[in-house]
Design a protein around this ligand. Sequence first.
Ligand code: AGP
Length: 608
Amino acid sequence: MCGIIGYLGPKDVVPLLIEGLKRMEYRGYDSAGVAVYDGKTLNTRRTPGKIAKLEAALAAAPLAGHVGIGHTRWATHGPPTEKNAHPHRSADGTVAVVHNGIIENANALRSALQELGYVFTSDTDTEVIAHLIQELFDGSLEEALLAALSKIEGTYGLAVMCDKDPNKIVAARKGSPLLIGVGVGENFLASDPSAILAHTRQVVYLDDGDIAVIERDSYRVIDAHATPMSRKVDRILWDLAEIERGGFDHFMLKEIFEQPTSVENTMRGRLILDDGTAKLGGLNLSHDELLHIDNVIITACGTSWHSALIGEMMIEELCRIPVEVEYASEFRYKNPIVTDRTLCIVMSQSGETADTLAAMREAKRRGARTLGFVNVVGSTIAREDDGGVYLHAGPEIGVASTKAFTSQVVALALFTLKLARKHDLSVVRGREIAQAMHHLPDQIRTVLESAKAIETIAEEFKDATNFLYLGRGYSFPTALEGALKLKEISYIHAEGYPAAEMKHGPIALIDEEMPVVFVAPHDAVFEKVVSNIQEVRARHGRTIVITSRDEPNLKGLIDYEIRIPETLDMLMPILAAVPLQLLAYYIAVKRGANVDQPRNLAKSVTVE
Ligand code: AGP
């Protein structure tokens, strides 16, 4: 979603802000802007659309200075126009504000400020903050911000500059991530570490309620009463190369091809082949606590919700503990049955999804132990959970989640293995699962060898207007994930369904125009899926079938076959997801879609 960058130091600020904004493009945005202090006054440039347009505006009317803030906006209040783009200025032009989040009492504040004579020039909630700070300014920018925050309700990651107190950026965090990048003779502010990784690895993650006062040679963090807060300096562990495309046409393709490594990294040091179990250091649950879990709730959104469905099947099958999977957006407003023996697993690539975070807080409030299965180190979910499992998939830049999904399923398999071995899974069965997991990276390499063949299938189906994805058992969530991948990046309507459920409605859609993707590995329900494939063929549907074996029963039923290696049923989604990702990718590319930044989507959805 929206991105924030700020800088104070010796460098020319404009190229640095632009570079930082570009690094956050993957998050999704529809307008961009910068504010720069040139030694005398604050000036802004803002444009709707992509950062290239902002660069053109800056080329036509350059700005220069050594202190500045920049923003990419994903529209919530008001369309993506120049007047709604951030930074927003106060009426007298002295204050510039960039903001991620939503000010809930913006209308009331707007009316109060209008009564004082302030004229509003945008449709945004953010503009009230700029005017409010102008109104409350009495010589110190941080004091004005503190006073303004006491009147604001809502969520924010905020950065503010003022040319009456010019050599500082003040920032505040409540519900929207922000970090300080600590340099030598220079300091940074960002909502995403990728924005500043080219300049420093030393970061201070702000907590909710923190206010930061950042100057060129120093920074301090205070709370709402101006009490100094101590915050530790963390180190970003990933490399710049991981957030660059490295010869691939798109981040999504790079991330699909990274999966042998990302899956290996999720398992590294955790899979214990001899004992048929897993070591997960961050759970913060004792042996006894693990044994006394009564029920598990897994909450998530989107792709993470699909991996949760797979986790549900694994845990119920091997640990015999009841599991419920809840959309985070629904869970947070329900009256769920949670006890102090409920384990709530919170799945999130970004660790910042607003609904997932709120669901975790609600589960915690009701007494559940929470475990975050998160990819982004230091993210809010990772910092607020009781324990967790980092995915270690590396930064995922493509908006369509690929390697995070396979790592989520692997992490859930590790957790299931550990929990099941504590219950009554035998060492023999545990070893069988651990061995099968150990082979996954090589098996994914084998699947990736089909990329060219899948590209050919994509050519055949690129003009389709609808797709059905069907699977049963462990392959049902995989079918859902395949359909989501296709629709989010190619804009083709696609539905995922349990294969047998098709007869109860979607079968009406099937004719010679309808491509149907079957996820049909040779697993416990394979024979049943063959019957469903026959039902589609009988109605002249076109079939693309992901299989794992040469199968006489399928002769004459398949238009296109994609072969994956055999593994245990519970691990099949990890292999079957890869061709589905490739199919979606190649179809989207052939339709000319912007694969890494699909329209209307954001990488992490930080609004409700
Ligand atoms: C995945 O391709 C999507 N872009 C989206 O569904 C995503 O999985 C969802 O927004 C949840 O994000 P999270 O895992 O970062 O919480």
